[in-house]
Design a protein around this ligand. Structure first.
Ligand code: NAG
Length: 368
């Protein structure tokens, strides 16, 4: 058992080392810039499916299972992709008013309003339709990019005082690669703003408000709690969420072919538009697979014959104030390469910006 573990560790170390060697080998060989993490490349847009599967049944959670008025169900899911500066909610922290409102009432409008103030850290916004029974499924799609690779969402448990399931800042970029497929178990969370131990207890404000906590078989430690099951160690997950990568769009000419395989009519329109934009963007600098990481490390081993370039200019303003846009930055050649020296690296770089769904006119998402 022990030696097996050592063997596994040794393999992991060996694989990691091999990967590092390859990466740095490529760097030295082609040598201008090193991209830190491949999913941080600019110009990459990744399209994911999110599927929520709920398992709130009388069999799994017999206690207080609400049979009538209202029958158990799940609110619409509110989701957002964003960078590391944004938190929809945080465990063991007080819920914001819009998050608490959503947890208590299922109303999304206050959340939408508060997020409208934070557009620069946000990327795409998505909704999963209501699940009308305790057991069911619902799905949607969303975009992330190299600068906004985290996803957060929440779904209210109905009926309940202020209980929900969700994820806080799940990063779809793991070790530099976009996750292909990942399923995460979900447990009920308590927003801490409405007192009540059971699904159907009357609501009154918790004063002062508590923190967001996971509800477990032992928390709250009270026999009247709907999830209090002293005979089990852990509650089964009440839901699961699965993220599946559908496509990665880079500055690549093949995008046209990829577009055709997308079923959803509107998505294909959107993606077609994207592909046209990316192919115009790419022309002029080599058709590589995307740009370079913002914090790209400049190779220190430049020699006298190598091309030398200036620092990047600041990013241009986003081309769209509503919907997904692009921004650019450029740099110039300080010294062209001499015989035997390295060629110049790309002189312009493009990044997605804005949010795919921040427009007040709902339909305008696809009209850019
Ligand atoms: C998130 O985006 C904002 C706006 O572009 C930026 O100021 C901030 O530094 C970003 N946060 C992180 C952790 O990258």
């Amino acid at each position: 058992m022990c030696s097996k573990l050592v063997l596994v560790l040794a393999i992991v170390v060996a694989v990691t080392a091999a990967r590092l060697v390859t990466v740095s080998g490529a760097t030295v060989g082609e040598g201008t810039l090193v991209t830190g993490e491949s999913c941080r490349q600019t110009g990459v847009l990744v399209f994911y499916r999110i599927k929520l599967v709920t398992s709130w049944s009388k069999k799994l959670f017999p206690k207080h299972y609400p049979e009538f008025r209202p029958p158990p169900h799940w609110s619409m899911t509110f989701g957002q992709t964003h960078n590391a500066s944004f938190r929809l909610y945080e465990m063991k922290q007080a819920a914001s008013v819009p998050v608490a409102t959503f947890a208590e009432t299922g109303q999304i409008a206050p959340l939408e309003e508060s997020l409208a103030q934070q557009q620069d850290v946000l990327f795409d916004e998505f909704r999963l339709p209501k699940i009308r029974k305790g057991k069911g499924a619902s799905e949607a799609t969303f975009f992330v990019d190299g600068q906004h690779s985290s996803v957060s969402f929440m779904t209210k448990i109905v009926p309940s005082p202020d209980w929900f399931v969700g994820l806080d800042s799940f990063n779809l970029c793991s070790r530099g690669r976009w996750i292909d497929r990942m399923t995460v178990p979900l447990h009920p969370l308590d927003a801490g703003t409405s007192s009540g131990l059971t699904f159907t207890s009357p609501k009154w404000p918790t004063n002062p408000p508590g923190m967001i906590e996971q509800i477990t078989a032992r928390y709250p430690l009270h026999f009247a709690s709907s999830f209090f099951y002293p005979e089990v160690k852990h509650l089964p997950p009440i839901a699961h969420v699965t993220f599946t990568k559908i496509k990665e769009y880079v500055n690549h000419n093949n995008v046209h072919k990829k577009v055709k395989r997308l079923k959803h009519k509107q998505r294909s329109k959107l993606v077609k538009k994207l592909s046209q934009e990316t192919s115009t963007v790419v022309s002029g600098y080599g058709g590589g697979s995307g740009g370079y990481a913002e914090n790209a490390v400049v190779d220190e081993t430049l020699n006298a014959a190598d091309c030398r370039v200036s620092e990047w200019t600041a990013w241009s303003p986003c081309s769209h104030s509503c919907g997904l846009g692009k921004r650019n930055r450029i740099r110039s050649v300080l010294q062209t390469s001499r015989p035997g020296g390295r060629e110049c690296p790309p002189l312009s770089e493009t990044q997605w910006c804005g949010s795919a769904r921040q427009c007040t006119v709902q339909d305008s998402y696809f009209r850019w």
